[in-house]
Design a binder for this molecule. Structure first.
Ligand SMILES: [Zn+2]
Length: 390
């Protein structure tokens, strides 16, 4: 499928800036054999930026290649840092935003971890409805205060009168984000005063910081603050604010229902310039990392730290045949013993590193540095953590 128009603003000025062929379509698949890991489904990454609104998307994206089944695991709660981040978001929603005595809808709730925290927050008196076609678990919990529906959230769900709608890390997986936003708008037909909160990666942060491993197949729709604001406004929301959170990596949008305007709100061409500059640099960066990995390998085996989307993407970019990197470390026990989709690198626990002769590990997300260093010190594991952004 090749899209000729921007899915957000229908603009025609699309500039390609990144092309990768034969990338694994899933980054968070749990694969139990090396052979299966190397023969996973692949697709093309053909990223373009819309010069008019700054939206970035994969125009070669094919949703039918993806299957978010039981083998899919993107749990990040094995990290204390990430869990504390979620607790902070919940506390902010309850304390600063006054999300109390509220009926909260979570769109794409996964296993319901975030919604459970919101409903369980002391003295908040909240009720939660989680919507997710891939939800697995009981339909009702917390004495009826938490309910789950195994479906999309659209106009057929208007019976749930919502005070708050939360949607975290969903919209970047959707090839037609306007369809999702208009569905949410339609589902709120009987909830005129609902407040809407969305969280998604910030594409300008990725471009500016040259974070090559943050571009991967599952994230087919990437927003700048400006294009996110534009998308919500066009879908009939009144945007109150868009903030940068999680060290700048994520955007946090707050909106209410409003009226759709007719024209672009502001000039948003800055993202296109960033994308062009990034595109010119990616091949050079890749060469630099190859050189660096060869150099590191001269002093002992090298691992990557983090088998999530970032680690899997980096491994596929710099070591597709699995010869430079020995293994990938991950704290999620469900991933340990498995293999990275595409390359077949084994995923191991930190305790396995000494036995494998690993002296250095490349840290995929510097936000986790302190936590990992503490964990290594407590376990008596000697390991140099290398941060690419340094
Ligand atoms: Zn556009």
């Amino acid at each position: 499928m090749t899209t000729r128009l921007c899915p957000v603003c229908q603009g025609e000025h699309l500039k390609p800036f990144l092309w990768r062929r034969q990338v694994p379509v899933h980054q968070n698949l749990v694969v139990t054999s090396q052979g299966a890991a190397r023969s996973v489904t692949r697709g093309e990454l053909d990223l373009v930026v819309c010069v008019d609104c700054g939206f970035v998307f994969n125009r070669a994206f094919d949703l039918s290649r993806l299957a978010y089944g039981a083998d899919y695991d993107n749990t990040q709660s094995c990290s204390g840092y990430f869990d504390a981040y979620l607790d902070g978001l919940v506390k902010d929603l309850v304390d600063r935003q006054g999300v109390r005595n509220s009926t909260i809808v979570e769109v794409g709730c996964g296993k319901g971890q975030f919604l459970r925290k919101l409903v369980n927050f002391p003295a908040s008196n909240n009720t939660g409805f989680g919507f997710d076609p891939s939800y697995v678990g009981p339909g009702m919990d917390l004495g009826g205060r938490l309910a789950f529906r195994r479906c999309y959230y659209d106009d057929t769900c208007a019976d749930v009168v919502a005070d708050v709608v939360v949607c975290r890390h969903v919209i970047e997986h959707v090839p037609e984000p306007m369809v999702l936003l208009r569905s949410v708008r339609a589902a709120l037909a009987r909830s005129p005063h609902a407040r809407v909160f969305f969280e998604t990666p910030c594409v300008e942060w990725i471009l500016r910081n040259r974070v090559v491993w943050d571009f991967f197949y599952e994230h087919c729709s990437l927003f700048s603050a400006g294009s996110l604001r534009e998308a919500f406004t066009r879908a009939g929301f009144a945007v109150e604010r868009v903030d940068h959170i999680f060290g700048g990596q994520y955007l946090w949008l707050e909106a209410r229902l409003g009226c759709a305007p007719l024209a672009l709100a502001e000039n948003l061409s800055g993202t296109a310039a960033l994308a062009q500059a990034y595109g010119a640099d990616e091949a050079i960066l890749r060469q630099k990392w190859l050189y660096k990995l060869h150099e590191l390998k001269g002093h002992g085996n090298v691992a990557l730290w983090g088998a999530g989307a970032k680690g899997a993407t980096f491994a596929n970019l710099v070591d597709p045949d699995g010869v430079l990197i020995d293994c990938v470390v991950d704290l999620n026990p469900n991933k340990q013993g498995g293999y990275i989709p595409g390359t077949g690198h084994p995923i191991v626990a930190p305790a396995d590193l000494s036995r494998r002769g690993v002296k250095r590990a490349v840290l995929m997300n510097p936000n986790y540095r302190e936590e990992n260093q503490r964990l290594l010190a407590e376990a008596g594991i000697e390991l140099d953590l290398i941060d690419w952004s340094e």
